[in-house]
Design a protein around this ligand. Structure first.
Ligand code: AKB
Length: 315
């Protein structure tokens, strides 16, 4: 990775990934792109271009202009939004991915795009979900993610594009809030705990999902991209996780820092149905064996850091 193009660079992952990659590979070697410009750091502190990922021609022109050798395709609609706009989700998630893969093929780039725990469905084994298992998701997002994993495999086998990817769990961060995901409650809860001392959860107690703190997610992307290609067997869809909890356990952890914190439940049937179709916990042993994946944060160290950083941010 010497010159990297990121799509969706102002989104939840992209905004922090851009900063971290600029620290490592140099400010001018990371080209941030997104459909709109904001005054965020990722847009201000280095090269930035407006790019709609559905526009294949512009994507190719920007990638050629900067002579990129790596594409990190992060632009996508998340699970809950995709369920409300399934046709648009298909067009954006699959069309954007296809354009990014084609650009990578034409310019001989290394390629990363994230899959998700959403690539699993109700018939997948729910606990310690294996790396290789049944994938029959019942959401548009899940259908997109499985198709995306297969498409990235196809570009590797058919055209030799060095495609790589992970199945991310819910990602928790104090920098850029997620939007339209099912796991977003596990971010919102921290903001509301600090601001109001209470949170109304749209996910029911007893619903376990995998989660990861953003610093571990960024390390996972970079470590996988830097890994020896010859050692990668599951190159486009590594299960990765750091922890699994339900809303009650997260609330109890927050109470250790904010004793008066109160959790209320008002379940959203759409997002609850999506969560119920996903695993309780996934097995990340293939990622550990093939490229040394290991998360540093658990629920307790993440919660301490989140609350500390958010208290400063929200002052
Ligand atoms: C979502 O909830 O849609 C995402 C994901 C787990 O892929 N955070």
């Amino acid at each position: 990775m010497k010159k990297i193009l990121i799509t969706g660079a102002l989104g939840q992952i992209g905004s922090e990934l851009t900063g971290k990659l600029r620290e490592i590979y140099g400010r001018d070697n990371v080209i941030a792109t997104d459909i709109r410009k904001t005054d965020s750091e990722a847009a201000a502190n280095g090269p930035f271009e407006i790019l709609d990922v559905m526009d294949a021609k512009s994507m190719g022109e920007i990638a050629s202009k900067y002579h990129v050798d790596t594409i990190m395709h992060m632009a996508a609609l998340l699970s809950a939004t995709a369920e409300t706009k399934p046709v648009f989700a298909w067009n954006l998630n699959m069309g954007g991915l296809m354009n990014a893969l084609e650009t990578a093929r034409e310019l001989n780039c290394q390629f990363f795009t994230p899959s998700s725990i959403g690539a699993f469905g109700p018939s997948t084994p729910k606990d310690n979900t294996p790396q290789d298992t049944i994938q029959r998701p019942t959401t548009m997002y899940g259908v997109n993610k499985v198709a995306g994993e297969l498409l990235a495999d196809y570009y590797f086998h058919r055209f030799g594009v060095d495609t790589r990817g992970v199945r991310f769990p819910g990602l928790i961060s104090y920098v850029t809030p997620p939007g339209g995901g099912t796991t977003d409650y596990a971010v919102e809860i921290y903001y509301e705990a600090i601001k109001n001392g209470t949170y109304t959860s749209y996910i029911d107690k007893g619903t376990y999902m995998d989660m990861m703190y953003m610093p571990d997610a960024l390390d996972a992307i970079i470590d996988l991209m830097e890994a020896d290609s010859a050692k990668l067997i599951h190159r486009n869809a590594f299960n990765v996780t750091a922890m699994s909890f339900d809303p009650e356990e997260l609330a109890a952890e927050i109470k250790k820092h904010i004793p008066g914190f109160e959790m209320i439940y008002h379940v959203d049937p759409v997002r609850q149905t999506i969560a119920d179709s996903w695993p309780n916990s996934i097995d990340a042993s293939a990622a550990s064996a093939e490229w040394g994946f290991k998360a540093k944060y658990d629920m307790s160290s993440m919660t301490a850091d989140m609350l500390d950083k958010l208290r400063t941010k929200l002052k």
